[in-house]
Design a protein around this ligand. Structure first.
Ligand code: ARG
Length: 461
């Protein structure tokens, strides 16, 4: 077992199983690149401030880079007894360059070090998520462009409501994701801040230059208060929330995909590449990817709640409870990136069964509002029209017909102003076309919407 970096005031060593409980190395090695980047900035600044010599700084930087390389080549095995990524790297550094390695931690604590690592990591990952969301939005937009004229039933309460354009329906997710990416963009303001130099909590007596490390690490700003710098985990809560809400959105689309691909609906066909079979039922083709994404919201919600509860009632400044901020965040990142990637593939390879959608929408009462509107055009108050149509629908249910099948004399027995043009009026594509209000499902309105969506995406490039 290696000597503890903090072993000086101790007479006894913890037993291995106690070390195992305390250690974070098995998950915080994810932060190796950020940890080394932060240490290089710190060592560079220490030399500029003449706290260590230029030669010492160069030696430290060189050794840190070789540790990083060796780690990625699988040549380093970290030790649990050395607790975490910070102490493991420091130990390795001292092994390689001796006493000079021990100078790196001057004017620094693991408290500001781990906060720096987490800020760098979260910033990097959030930028990846934003890019992935943009790419997924592009996929949705391309799909929508192909289906402006594909008419499908729009639902409320999962009951057929009114005919809509498939493009209009799918574009709803484009706008949800637009809000998601803008939430991530906004969070970056609070992620992109340097805590480095706060040391344990109170700052340091060494003449360090926090602005220099901020610039070297490419942080937009720096914490004004050293205690806040090491105690703040708000940006992690916020990031977990934004991940979770995006996952909630993906789960809603996943649910639609699952329903649309069912035998009952057959609105879409998933490509084989994004489906799986059954080990017992040879006919099955299951939408497992969509179901998994729907299911994974359980864990991302858990990570958010878990972080909030960890922070609740936590006194200033650093407390070991904060080590619990990592696994949830790392897992949430993997989950959302995996889900976005799968979803993009699934959506860009699925087939929208246009014929099926177009005929489905004729086998329901989703044109009932049209009939009421028709009567309104004839001067009947909407409330009365609603009641008349209700009676006609009831007649249809009793006589096993849809509105397009009702003979004209039956219509006229319900209201004399209904004429033979009603059959054209009730066609689902006519119903969609008549919707000209801004942001509606009418083909012209949808084309305008797609144009605006394009502008949103091009502004980001
Ligand atoms: N492994 C610790 C964490 O993840 C690093 C900071 C430890 N600081 C301390 N004073 N024990 O939070």
């Amino acid at each position: 077992m290696s000597e503890k970096a903090w072993g000086g005031r101790f007479e006894e060593k913890p037993e291995a199983w106690v070390d195992a409980f305390n250690a974070s190395i098995h998950f915080d090695q994810t932060l190796i690149d950020e940890d080394i980047q932060g240490s290089i900035a710190h060592a560079t600044m220490l030399a500029h401030q003449k706290i260590i010599t230029t030669e010492e700084s160069q030696e430290i930087v060189r050794a840190l880079k070789s540790i990083q390389l060796d780690f990625h080549n699988g040549k380093i095995e970290f030790q649990e007894s050395l607790e975490d990524i910070h102490l493991n790297i420091e130990h390795e550094l001292i092994q390689r360059i001796g006493a000079t390695g021990g100078k790196l931690h001057t004017g620094r604590s693991r408290n500001d070090q781990v906060a720096t690592d987490m800020h760098l990591y979260t910033k990097k990952e959030v930028q990846i998520i934003i890019d992935m969301i943009h790419s997924f939005q592009q996929t949705i937009l391309e799909l929508a462009e192909k289906h402006v004229d594909t008419i499908m039933p729009g639902y409320t309460h999962l009951q057929r409501a009114q005919p809509i354009s498939f493009a209009h329906h799918i574009m709803t997710y484009f706008w949800m994701l637009e809000r998601d990416q803008s939430r991530f963009q906004d969070a970056l303001k609070r992620i992109d801040i340097s805590p480095l130099g706060a040391a344990a909590l109170s700052g340091t007596t060494y003449p360090i230059d926090r602005h220099e490390t901020q610039e070297l690490l490419n942080f937009k700003s720096l914490y004004e208060n050293s205690i806040d710098a090491v105690s703040d985990r708000d940006y992690i809560v916020e990031t977990l929330h934004h991940i979770n809400l995006t996952m909630v959105h993906l789960s809603r689309l996943a649910e639609e995909i699952i329903f649309w691909s069912s035998e009952e609906a057959q609105f879409i066909t998933l490509s084989d590449a994004f489906s799986t079979g059954s080990s017992i039922m040879p006919q099955k083709k299951n939408p497992d990817m969509a179901e998994l994404i729907r299911g994974k919201v359980g864990r991302t919600t858990g990570h958010l709640v878990s972080m909030l509860v960890t922070l609740k009632g936590l006194p200033l400044a650093y407390n070991k409870d904060m080590q619990e901020d990592k696994e949830g965040l790392f897992d949430a990142m993997l989950t959302i990136k995996g889900s976005l990637r799968i979803f993009e593939g699934m959506l860009s390879t699925m087939t929208v069964n246009e014929e099926r959608l177009n005929t489905t929408v004729k086998q329901d009462f989703s044109n009932a509002t049209e009939l009421a509107d028709y009567l309104v055009v004839k001067g009947i108050p909407f409330r009365d029209a609603h009641a008349i149509v209700g009676k006609i629908v009831l007649w249809c249910i009793q006589n096993k017909m849809y509105l397009l099948d009702v003979p004209l004399d039956i219509y006229q027995s319900h209201h004399e102003s209904i004429e033979s043009d009603i059959y054209q009026y009730l066609q689902p594509d006519e119903a969609v076309k008549r919707r000209t209000s801004y942001g509606s499902t009418g083909q012209e309105a949808v084309k305008h919407q797609l144009k605006v969506a394009h502008q949103y995406l091009t502004q980001k490039q």
